[in-house]
Design a protein around this ligand. Sequence first.
Ligand SMILES: [Zn+2]
Length: 528
Amino acid sequence: MSTKISIFGGAGEIGMNMYLYESESVAFLVDCGVKFADNSYPGIDMIIPDWDYLKSIKDKLRAIILTHGHEDHIGGVPYLLEDFDLEVYGGNLTIKLLEYKFYERKIKVLTNVVKDKDVINVGDFQIEFVSVTHSIQDTFGLFITNNDLKLLHISDYKMDQAPVNGKPFDVHRFMEIGKKGVTALLSDSTNVVNDGLTPSESSIYNDLLDVFLQANGRVFFTTFSSNLDRIKQVVEICEQIGRKIVVDGSSVTKSVKIGRELGLLNIKQDTLISLQEAKKLDDDKVCFIISGCQGEVNSTLYKIASNERKMLKAKEGDLFIISARVIPGNELNLNNTINKLYYYGAKVVDIEEKKIHVSGHASKEEAKLMLNFIRPKYLIPIHGEYRHLKTHIELLKEVNYDVETEGIFAEDGEILVFEGEKLVGQDNFESKRKYIDARGEFVLTEEDLKLKKNLARDGIVIIQDFGKEFSLETVGFTLNKEDENRLRYFIDENMGVVDLSRDELLVNIVRRFFKKRFDKRPVVKYLI
Ligand SMILES: [Zn+2]
């Protein structure tokens, strides 16, 4: 009986998590997330795995199981479900967040809400949901069994012993799972390069309170919108010190609404006020909880900083609290945003200055504890860049228990093949990506992106063919007369040399000219 795990995304980068579990008769996915695009992807907002390979196993692919509601785990699900009809399983909050996405993309999907200790069967696989602590509620590890094979897939976790909501990380439960004899542990590597233990979410309360107490004017607070535990602490502080709250920004408004519906966020009725009501109050009686902790375009923070909001402008005395780590790739945007706020006389407090953010991922000592609880035959590090995955394997040298654990390095595009409880091979499939332009809702292929990059860097050359004559036009740069003559001469010299149709030949020659003369690859268009 062979079982395969194929890695579509998440091993070799932070983001785009997607794993396929496959037996001879059935298959299911764990997570389908996005990766946020940085400035090197012109016009692209998000990147998702290319799941073309799944079409070949369409008949046995049954379900997608979601570990939690972060974008790097659920952001690609609506796109996936446009291609495949799958059963969807996830925690309460995860499913609520997804339902908003389904609504926005106008797709109808039947969802299954699971809770801690639930067990489901997908063909010959049995999957148990195991609660873990993270920076969002309803996060699960998955204990996946298929006959003798026992796999523990814990994507994101930390061992929070004093979470703001819910129960502490259940150490005993993981020791029990360890005693069952786990074949492979697939586990979070994001923070394994950090020493010690990741502090508890509740540990930031006092520093956060201090920052609020020092503010004399309006306070604007921003964090990851899905972090309801962070928002809950801010609500408590505001109710304690007598500030009313305005929630502004679509992601945070949605999150607060869901949090209240699910009972994860209790806000007194008179605490929440509108923007108009806030204008009637003294500045030191108001707190705005806003979107935009990464300086995202269109977020409230970005719009205030860019002076795009008529009713909400930054001014002297305002304090902006950014309670989040900046995700690599967003540094420039956020820095520009902060500078604009200072221009208008506001001040900004971020995590460089005060301990107002903690990570949701396990540090080195927690990763070692996890290894000790589980004592698996194989450790397969996931959720990390190469340095995180390799460091995770290195940790095995520091834990010395009586079971020999083998560290397995695997990256996107790899297939791990198990026969019974033995890992018998590592194979590969072509791992590609798709690129999403969120405003247009366009999904671009690798080839589209290549063209787009050429376009951004090297512009366009348009050949308008009139039969014997042709004109040349450039977009994005200007060709001087001398070079245009050179190009025309080069075309004359090469026409008829290769056996191609006139249009193909012209395009081919123009491309060669730009490559040879300038080492550039403009997009060349032929028009009749
Ligand atoms: Zn997460």
